[in-house]
Design a protein around this ligand. Structure first.
Ligand SMILES: Cc1cc2nc3c(=O)[nH]c(=O)nc-3n(C[C@H](O)[C@H](O)[C@H](O)COP(=O)(O)OP(=O)(O)OC[C@H]3O[C@@H](n4cnc5c(N)ncnc54)[C@H](O)[C@@H]3O)c2cc1C
Length: 549
């Protein structure tokens, strides 16, 4: 280690001082693992390459206006996670009434669906066509349901798919829904059909009503939760090192023996007993020395991500609309969703006579949108806001842009095969635990990201959980498959270029964020078969539809 002597093995000894874990990433997963370890008097080091904690669930601040990287609701069916949130944030975890709508064909549809509103907006003629199409697909469904389009058409009919699901899905993923695996729909849209949606809407029945009517949210945005987690970890002797990126891992037989870190003062090495990684799976694989077999490197290189940017517009008016957020299915504008942060929590704005809107754009790094300069993006977002009739451009007085690479792990037709290859390889390394969203290339919300981390921490403490099973089974918590402990018993001299590339690829530092003052400018039988198949697979069709975040 050059010029540094702070090594994991020189940490203050805790009760279990022989366990010296190192955690890569101070997002929800990394901080949860750290928290859980400190509960057991183990004091980990958390390395975070950004200058703040929270990962994708951080809260950014611009001139006192706070905003999420996409709105982050706190909801979960995992009691343990919920209890953790309550314990850590207490009264600062507020309950927010939910209001959201979908903009489609020039109309605003209540969401979740309300039958009369939907009927009024669609009109009798179109509603009948939707129903007839649904019936048709119930009788003659797609036999294979391995892609998103087939999966949705079989449950909602072709017409509804075409109008309602297709354009939004294309916006989110930037690809033909036929190329997206149905796994994603199963995970996100989960077990709803048109008949069930109508039944739920008519009867008010829903097994997740509380999640739909209201949600939990930290008073100062999601970052507040993760700042508290950090504080707790540090109070108990753990360490969270910011602007400290991991740039190399040395594998020594069946263990990771060294981790190379780069911070502002240069590079240094740590020798942990365990490594918990929430960094994107491909980076992890590429950083391990000696290099993984070619098949594993190829699999890692084939995993894709979808990127995301949010244009926050500050409005000189207090209440442009009542919704927390609006999904924009209309193909004639680029914006995919609009957040109204003040209706999440009034504390998100410094001045109650103003409001701030987050215009969310799904994109690919270096595509036209991504490459557009901030001023151009603010202009585009302002114009689209006006087209949607939500505010006039004169209302927009300021704005800022945040780009978030690797926001979404892509579930293309190849991803599962590639993840399996990587997973088999990682199983050989007994002290390395991959957790979280990008850390496992899994479309996980905070709760499941946290759950993988909780279980990784417990594995370090001697339990044996299969982390890859989280968010696969519906009853992911109670019915955890336990597996036998692995029978198997880990520096690369690297240049700082690597860290630079990683930082640029994943994080946009605050120095690249710019604000632009806008005041000066204007600018069946089959169904039966499917149900029994579902029962065999333990699926439940009664859950609320959840469009992509
Ligand atoms: C637009 C959008 C909306 C969302 N909405 C919701 C929602 O409403 N509710 C919800 O629960 N979830 C939501 N999510 C999902 C949520 O953001 C993720 O589940 C969660 O952030 C994943 O946590 P994580 O710790 O696994 O990963 P991340 O949040 O990605 O954190 C990983 C951390 O690791 C750090 N890191 C990476 N590489 C290195 C390295 N080499 N060295 C050191 N540090 C490194 C990163 O800087 C980052 O801080 C949303 C996601 C998006 C994109």
């Amino acid at each position: 280690m050059e010029g540094r002597s702070d090594r994991v093995d020189q940490q203050e000894p805790g009760q279990a001082s022989d366990i010296k874990p190192l955690i890569i990433g101070a997002g929800p997963a990394g901080l949860t693992a750290a928290y859980e370890l400190t509960e057991h008097n183990i004091t980990p080091i958390v390395l975070e390459m950004a200058d703040q904690v929270g990962g994708i669930a951080r809260t950014d601040v611009y001139k006192g206006f706070r905003f999420d990287i996409g709105g982050h609701r706190f909801f979960t069916k995992v009691d343990e996670v919920n209890r953790l949130w309550q314990t850590v944030l207490g009264d600062d975890l507020i309950k927010v009434p939910r209001m959201s709508r979908i903009y489609f064909r020039g109309k605003y549809f209540d969401y979740p669906l309300r039958p009369w509103n939907a009927l009024r907006n669609l009109g009798i003629y179109e509603s009948v066509r939707v129903l007839l199409s649904y019936l048709k697909w119930q009788v003659w469904p797609h036999e294979e349901e391995d892609n998103f389009e087939h999966w949705v058409v079989n449950r909602f009919g072709g017409r509804l798919y075409w109008f309602f699901f297709r354009t939004y899905t294309e916006k989110v993923w930037g690809m033909d829904p036929k190329n997206i695996r149905s796994d994603w729909a199963e995970q996100r849209i989960r077990n709803l059909s048109l008949s069930r949606a109508i039944f739920n809407a008519l009867t008010g029945y829903n097994d997740t009503t509380s999640l739909i009517d209201k949600f939990q949210y930290p008073r100062l945005g999601p970052g507040m939760m993760w700042e508290r987690f950090r504080d707790k970890v540090e109070e108990r002797g753990g360490e969270v090192r910011l602007q400290s990126g991991v740039i190399g891992l040395r594998r020594d037989g069946e263990r990771i023996s060294h981790v190379v870190v780069e911070d502002r003062d240069g590079q240094y090495e740590l020798t942990p007993t365990h490594v918990v990684s929430s960094m994107p799976l491909p980076w992890l694989i590429f950083q391990i020395e000696p290099k993984a077999p070619t098949s594993v490197l190829d699999a890692a290189g084939s995993l894709k991500h979808r990127d995301f940017l949010i244009v926050t517009l500050i409005l000189d008016q207090p209440d442009p609309f009542p919704d927390n957020w609006i999904y924009v299915h209309a193909p004639d504008v680029n914006v995919g969703r609009i957040q109204n942060f003040k209706s999440w929590s009034e504390a998100m704005v410094p001045d109650l006579t103003k409001s701030s809107l987050g215009m969310e754009y799904f994109c690919n790094e270096n595509d036209e949108l991504w490459a557009m300069d901030d001023e151009g993006l603010i202009e585009l977002a302002t114009a689209e806001l006006e087209v949607l009739g939500l505010a006039s451009k004169e209302d927009v007085i300021d704005g800022t842009v945040i780009r978030q690479p690797k926001a979404y792990p892509v579930y293309d037709q190849e991803y599962q095969k590639n993840v399996d290859i990587i997973r088999d390889y990682l199983a050989e390394i007994e002290n390395l635990h991959t957790v979280g969203r990008n850390g496992m290339h899994r479309y996980n919300n905070q709760d499941h990201s946290m759950l993988t981390a909780l279980l990784a921490a417990r594995n370090i403490l001697g339990e044996h959980h299969d982390l890859w099973n989280v968010n696969v089974e519906r009853s992911y918590h109670e019915e955890f498959m336990k597996k036998e402990p692995p029978s198997l018993d880990a520096l690369r001299s690297t240049d700082s270029e690597m860290m630079k590339q990683i930082r640029e690829a994943y994080y946009e530092g605050p120095e690249r964020r710019t604000g632009t003052d806008r005041r000066s400018r204007s600018p069946n039988t089959w169904a039966g078969r499917r149900r029994s198949k579902d029962r065999r697979r333990g699926r439940d069709r009664r859950t609320a539809v959840t469009p992509p975040e």
